[in-house]
Each structure stands twice: as structure tokens, then as C-alpha cells.
Design a protein around this ligand. Structure first.
Ligand code: SF4
Length: 107
């Protein structure tokens, strides 16, 4: 199974706060917050179970980033192909970064 090299954990992408105060690890997740097809993914379902815990109206950013979903559920999801989000596979598979490929092509 390909290894996920998470830009959120490496801090090479921005953590996203949506207009409602909802915190997501990266834009790859945040922009899809309201898309019903994404809600079928296990990692989104886990997030939705406790989504109030990941909202700045209820907790500080530090508390949210140290919460179980961000520190355990998300990283653990990369150990099981069925649990790994489409976004993580597409954008953060080790050795295959579409963003970097695009930059190289444009040079
Ligand atoms: S898409 Fe997944 S692996 Fe990539 S930065 Fe976001 S949470 Fe991390």
C-alpha cells in the first residue's frame, strides 16, 4: 500500500477554517466539507460524529489540533486502504505529488 506523506503533519499546507468555524487539516478536506459524496468516506464520517469538537466556536485551535481525530484517527486511516480518504491518496501519496509535478511542467 502506498505511503501517505501528509502535508498537514509536515506543515507544508495551511490548516483550513471554514466560515462556520469548522477546522480541517487542509484545503483538500475543507473545500469538500458539504459535498454529500465525501460524507460517505469513513474518515469524514468519523469527523462528522464529533464535528462540534472541531469547531472554533467551541474549542481553541490548539485543542482541536490535539484532538483524537487530528492526532490519531486521521493518521491511523492511512494504514488501511479502505479507510484512507481519496484526497490523501491523490495529493499526498509519497513520491507522487500532483502539485509538484505541475510546478515542474511549468518551469
Ligand atoms: S489530503 Fe490527507 S494526507 Fe494530504 S494534507 Fe490533507 S489530511 Fe494530510
Amino acid at each position: 500500500m502506498p505511503k501517505i506523506d501528509c502535508k498537514f503533519l509536515k506543515q507544508t499546507t495551511n490548516t483550513i477554517v471554514n466560515s462556520t468555524g469548522q477546522v480541517w487539516p487542509c484545503c483538500y478536506f475543507g473545500v469538500h466539507e458539504h459535498e454529500s459524496i465525501e460524507q460517505e468516506q469513513p474518515i469524514f464520517k468519523e469527523y462528522q460524529k464529533n464535528k462540534d469538537k472541531y469547531n472554533l466556536n467551541n474549542h481553541t485551535l490548539k485543542e482541536i489540533l490535539n484532538s483524537e481525530w487530528f492526532t490519531k484517527t486521521l493518521p491511523d486511516s492511512w494504514k488501511d486502504d479502505k479507510m484512507t480518504a481519496r484526497q490523501c491518496k491523490r495529493w499526498c501519496t509519497e513520491g507522487h505529488d500532483p502539485a509538484q509535478l505541475r510546478i515542474k511542467i511549468d518551469e
